[in-house]
Design a binder for this molecule. Sequence first.
Ligand code: ADP
Length: 750
Amino acid sequence: MENNIKRIGVFTSGGDAQGMNAAVRSVVRTTLDRGAEAYAIYEGYQGMVDGGRNMRPMGWNEVGGILQQGGTIIGSARCAEFRERPGRLRAVANLLTSGIDKLVCIGGDGSLTGAYKLYEEWPGLVEELLQTGVISQEMADAHPSLAVAGIIGSIDNDMYGSDMTTGADTALHRIVEAVDAITSTAASHQRSFVIEVMGRRCGYLALMSALATGADWVLIPEAPPNLDDWEAKMCDVLARGRENGRRDSIVIVAEGAQDRYGSPITSQYVKEVLEERLGEDARITVLGHVQRGGAPSAFDRNLATQLGVRAVEELLADEPGTEPFVMGIQGNKITRTPLATCLQQTQAVAEAVHAGQYERAMELRGRSFRKSFRTLRTLVRALPHDPTPGQRRARIAVLNAGGPAPGMNTAVRAAVRLGTDKGHIMMGINRGFRGLIRGEIKELNWMDVAGLAPRGGSELGTNRTAPEGGEWYAIARNLEEHQVEGILMIGGWTGYKAVYEMHRLRENYPAFQIPMICLPATINNNLLGSELSVGADTALNSIVDAVDKIKQSAVASRRTFVVEVMGHYCGYLALMSALATGAERVYIHEEGVTLKDLVEDVNQLITGFKRGKRVGLMIRNEHANDIYSTDFMRALFEEEGGDLFDVRQAILGHMQQGGNPTPYDRILATRLASDCVEYLEEQILNGRAESAYIGLVGGEFRLTAVEDLPRLMDSERARPKSQWWMDLRPIARTLAQPAPRSRLETHETE
Ligand code: ADP
C-alpha cells in the first residue's frame, strides 16, 4: 500500500435496519471519489475478528443497484468474541493487516459501544501485538490511533445524536401499512386488535404509529399508565368510543411496555383484559421482523446517503487521534456529536426508565416526543372534554386550498379534535376559497373527523382558484355571518397568497381582522417558512416506488428512462427522488437546461453503456425547460444512443398527488395542526389578530409573519427565493456518476 493513500473500512453490525445499504454505497463511493480506498468488512465484528476474505476492497460498481434493497449487502452479525479483549485483539491485527485505521460503523448502540471500546483500547492492543511479534514496529508506528465515525442504523430511533436513526422511518412505513390494513378488517367485524411493535426500551415506533394511524390506545415503556387500575381506564375509553360510533378498537403495544412498577405489559395480557372486561373478541398481531423488511423509504435512503458522505469527509479531514463521533441529523442539517456523549445520553434514558423515573425519561426523549404523547392522549379520547361552564369558546374555521396533498385530512382531523377538546367551536369550509365565497361552512364535531387520519386527498375539498375582485366581499360577509374568529388554512401556494391578500385588505374588510395561520400542505414543497410541507414525503415515496419498478424493467433491455415528476417550478421532488433512486442526472428549473448539458449527458450515457451499464435514469422536473421537453430529451437520447441503448419516457402524473399519507406526513400534519390551534386560541383569547405561516425550520416549528411573503417568495415561479435542498445537488451528482476509469481498472474487468 502506498503510505499516503488513506483507507476507510465500513461495516454494518447488530440488528439490520433499512438504509444501511444506502449508507454503505455512499461511504464507498465518497471514499473513492476523494481518492482514498474503501474496504468493506463483511458480517460486522465477526468479519473483523475472523479477517481474511471478510475484509475486501470495494469498487465503485460493487455498490451499484443497492439503494432500494432492504437489509445489508455486506452482512451484519452479533459477535460474542468481540465483547472480550482477545476478540478485539484479533480484530486489530486484521485491521492492521489490511491497513485500515479509519472505520465507519453502521449499527445500533451496542455496535457503537463496541466501536468506542476498540478506539479506547487501540494503542494498548497495538502495543500487545508489537510485543508478541505479530506486527512490526513500522506497522505500529503507521497506525497509532483508530478513527471512528458512527452512523446510527436502528429501527427503534432510540439513540441520542440524531432526530431520526436510519431505518426508523421505514419501520414506521411497515407498521402503518399493517395497522391501516388491520383497521379495515377490524372495522368490518367490530373487533379489537392488539398490535405489538418493536421497541424494547423506546416507545418511538409505538407512539408515532399510534399518532399516524389514529389508534385508540398506546402503551410505551417511557410513560407507563399512571393509574393502578389503568386497565379500567383503557376499557372505559374503548367502550365509550364504540358507543359513539367507532367501529374498531386498536391498541398499540411497544415490546417493552410496562406498568409503573416495572412489570411488563404484554400484548397477550392486553388481549385478555379486553376480552374479559369488554366481552369482545380481541386478536393479537405481532409485527416482528416485517418491521425490518422491505425497501427502504425515500427518507431513509437520503438520510443514510448524506450521513455516509459526511462521515467520510470528516474522517478524511480529522487529525489522527480525534475522538469518535456520530453523524446525525437535526432538522435538515447534518450534525456531528461525540460518540461518548451519544452513548451516555442514550444510557441515561434507559437508566431513568429502569429506575422508574418516567418524567425524566420523557424529558430526555425531547420536547417533541413529550408533546406528541400529550397530543395523542387527546386524540384517542372517546369524546372531548366538555367545555368548562362560562368558558370563552372561540369559533375557528378550517379549510384546504391548492392542489390536494396527502396529509390534509390528517391535519384537519387533528385540528378539529384538539380545538374541540379545548372547548372551541370548529368549522369546516368546503372546496377551499370557492366554498368560502359561497358560504359553504359547517360545524365539525369529534366523530365527523373519525377515521380521517390515514385517508389521502381532501375530504373538505380543495381548490386552486384564488379569490379576486368582488369575491373578497363575499368572503367577508360569510366570515361575519358565521362569526369566524380565526382561520386555519391547510394547503399550498393558492392558500398562502389568499391569506396574504386577506391580511393586506384587512383595513377595507373588518371581517379580515382576525388571526389566520397557514399550515404548509403541498406535494411541491415550495412554500416559504418551512423546510418541508405536508404531502411532499408521500409524493416522494410514490415517485421512488415507481422509479424502482421502472429501473427494474429497464435493466432487462439496456434502456434509458426519462422520468418526469411534478413540483411546478420547484425541483425538490426531482432532486430528492434522483438522490433516492441513484438517477444519473436530474433536470430542474432552478438550474436550467442547456444544449451543452444535454450533449454532455448523451456522451456520458454512451460511455456508461459502453462500459457495461444496463440502465440509464434521468429525472426531470415538469417545468425544467419548456423547449427541451421530456419528449425532446427522449428523442435526442434515442437518436444519439443508436444501437447501444433505447430510450423511453415516463410521465408520472397525478399518482404523485394521491395515495394515503406516509407516516412522516401524518405525524408532521398532526403536530403542526396542534401548534396552529394553540396559536389561534392564544391570539383570539388575547384579542389579537396577527397572522402567520407555520413551518419546520431546523427541526423546530417556527412562525413567519404573513407580511414577509414578498420578501421570501419568488411569486412568479411560486417557490422560495432560497431553498435548502439545493445544497444536496453535488451529492446526487457525485454518487451517481459513472465509475471513475482508474477504479474500474483496479477492481473490475470491462
Ligand atoms: P445493536 O448494534 O443493534 O445495538 P447489539 O447490541 O447486538 O446490536 O450489538 C452488536 C454487536 O456489537 C455485538 O454482537 C458485539 O459484537 C458488539 N458489542 C455490543 N456491545 C458491546 C460492548 N459493550 N463491548 C464490545 N462489543 C460490543
